[in-house]
Design a protein around this ligand. Structure first.
Ligand SMILES: C[S@@+](CC[C@H](N)C(=O)[O-])C[C@H]1O[C@@H](n2cnc3c(N)ncnc32)[C@H](O)[C@@H]1O
Length: 256
């Protein structure tokens, strides 16, 4: 990329895991960057596309398995770009959907440094394509909402349950694995039917993808038994009734 002859950060969405779902722009940035700063959610299949010569910095983990704090990641990006390096900041899914890409952009802007967003396919979209469960469907869902099932520092969930408890809207819950029992209970407490279908999918669009279906009433038990590995995404709503393994064409089933 021509722009890479001076300090600049590409805030890149790597998509949900399948390297074929990277954008052309993301791939070009990965292949020309001097250094790749990457998250835990970036699949090994995508990291395999980074040239051997490129420096890699893993900010998903520290020695004791804690994530590198966000302010340290911001400082790292600022320092690398200030050295005049071309930086690929690689994140799972899309950088602007529960990705903190805008916080990193803010730090770079404050330091007077260049950045550009490169969008990625968010895991909800990857999940819809790989399972064949649409996020909207005439007669089943007139809209979709992406919500977080986790709050910083494990604070109590503080969601607007009354507005979320709407049967016509599909809910996609990111980061909800630890709290799915509480989420399902609150939705039922606000009027959602006990038999409303729920689908949990882990590692969507990768060879490790796993799917489980349940209802609001039993999703906590089903998840406890399933022992799915992170990352897990939940789709809650009538659209899940369209999940029919046997009816999916081979290409849609490619990851199952
Ligand atoms: C910090 S959020 C990042 C979301 C990401 N920016 C995106 O657009 O998909 C992490 C959560 O995203 C979801 N997620 C991300 N990648 C996933 C994948 N490949 N399979 C299932 N869920 C995924 C999980 O709910 C996970 O807990």
């Amino acid at each position: 990329m021509k722009d890479c002859n001076r300090g600049k950060v590409f805030l890149i969405g790597a998509g949900p895991g399948d390297p074929d779902l990277l954008t052309v722009k993301a791939l070009k940035a990965l292949q020309t960057a001097d250094v790749v700063v990457y998250d835990r959610l970036v699949s090994p299949e995508i990291m395999a596309l980074v040239p051997e010569r490129t420096e890699r910095i893993d900010v998903g983990k520290m020695p004791k398995h804690h994530k590198v704090p966000q302010d340290q990641i911001n400082e790292l990006l600022v320092a690398l770009a200030a050295q005049g390096r071309c930086v690929a900041r690689l994140k799972g899914g899309d950088p602007l959907i529960f990705g903190r890409g805008s916080e990193e952009a803010e730090a770079l802007r404050s330091a007077g440094l260049d950045y550009v967003y490169v969008p990625g396919i968010t895991s909800a979209q990857g999940c819809a394509a790989s399972t064949g469960v649409p996020l909207t469907h005439r007669g089943l869902a007139t809209g979709v909402r992406y919500v977080t099932g986790h709050r910083a520092k494990d604070a109590a969930l503080d969601l607007d349950w009354r507005s979320l408890a709407c049967e016509n809207t599909t809910l996609v819950v990111y980061m909800g694995a630890m709290n799915i029992g509480e989420i399902a209970g609150a939705l039922m407490g606000h009027g959602m039917p006990q038999d409303l279908p729920v689908m949990a999918v882990s590692a969507v669009t990768t060879p490790r993808e796993r799917r489980v279906t349940a209802t609001l009433a039993d999703v906590a038990d089903v998840m406890a038994a399933a022992e799915m590995a992170a990352p897990v995404l939940f789709v809650i709503g009538h659209v899940v009734s369209l999940y029919q393994t046997a009816a999916l064409p081979a290409e849609v089933m490619a990851y199952a």
